[in-house]
Design a protein around this ligand. Structure first.
Ligand code: URA
Length: 216
């Protein structure tokens, strides 16, 4: 797996990451969702530079121009519910992608232990496609692995891109054992601590709650 940590060089991305982390600014849920979406757009731009392009002829009112365009073989898959604004950001750029949605949630056994339950599943055929799997918070890595295991029954992608926002060092190390060689991880930033509830520290808190409100 190739790992790309985007905040290793300074860019405007840092501002969006800083705003989703900031305990005051993140309470504005519309801004929080929009910042996640903006980060999704930056991840999409980075991923786009590694795709296969095909020459196309474009007619303008004054002539024609040959332009390399990405091949239309992308499937964008997001994990409900926190993945939704990230999905939107990726889809803003890969607007002709096919789409897949999977639900994954933590079913707590006790205060600190939980299983990941994958329930809702809607995905097109993945054989020979480019799979972009979006998961904003790569904490333990369990959700993204469970989702990938679920997706396998719909085919074998020719390459996989994991689009994430904040990861833990532990989660990044853990998932490397499960994804094939042709996987690229694109992650905005990585923190080095996971607490005993599986939350990334300093992280940002609960991304799903910040985007869509708290749940029971
Ligand atoms: N999911 C979140 O929303 N936040 C974390 O820190 C970990 C998982």
């Amino acid at each position: 797996m190739t790992i790309n940590i985007l905040d290793s060089k300074n860019s405007i991305l840092n501002k969006f990451i800083s705003e989703i982390r900031d305990v005051k600014i993140q309470t504005d849920s519309m801004r929080f969702r929009r910042n996640i979406e903006r980060i999704g757009e930056i991840l999409a731009y980075e991923i786009s530079q590694t795709l296969e392009y095909k020459k196309n002829s474009v007619s303008t009112p004054l002539g024609t121009k040959i332009i390399g365009l990405p091949k239309k073989d992308i499937v964008l898959c997001s994990i409900l519910r926190a993945g939704l604004p990230l999905h939107n950001g990726l889809l803003n750029y890969f607007d002709d992608a096919e789409n897949a949605f999977i639900s994954a949630y933590r079913k707590h056994i006790n205060e600190t232990e939980f299983d990941i339950k994958v329930e809702y599943f809607a995905s097109p055929d993945l054989d020979n496609k480019i799979l972009i799997l979006a998961d904003p918070m790569l904490a333990t890595g369990q959700s993204i692995i469970n989702v990938y295991e679920g997706l396998k029954k719909n085919g074998t992608p020719k390459e996989i891109h994991l689009a994430c926002i904040i990861g833990s060092t532990e989660g990044v190390e853990f998932i490397q054992k499960y994804f094939p060689e042709n996987t690229k991880l694109w992650i905005a930033t990585v923190d080095n601590h996971l607490n005993n509830k599986g939350y990334i520290v300093p992280g940002l808190g609960d991304a799903g709650d910040l985007a869509y409100g708290s749940k029971l």
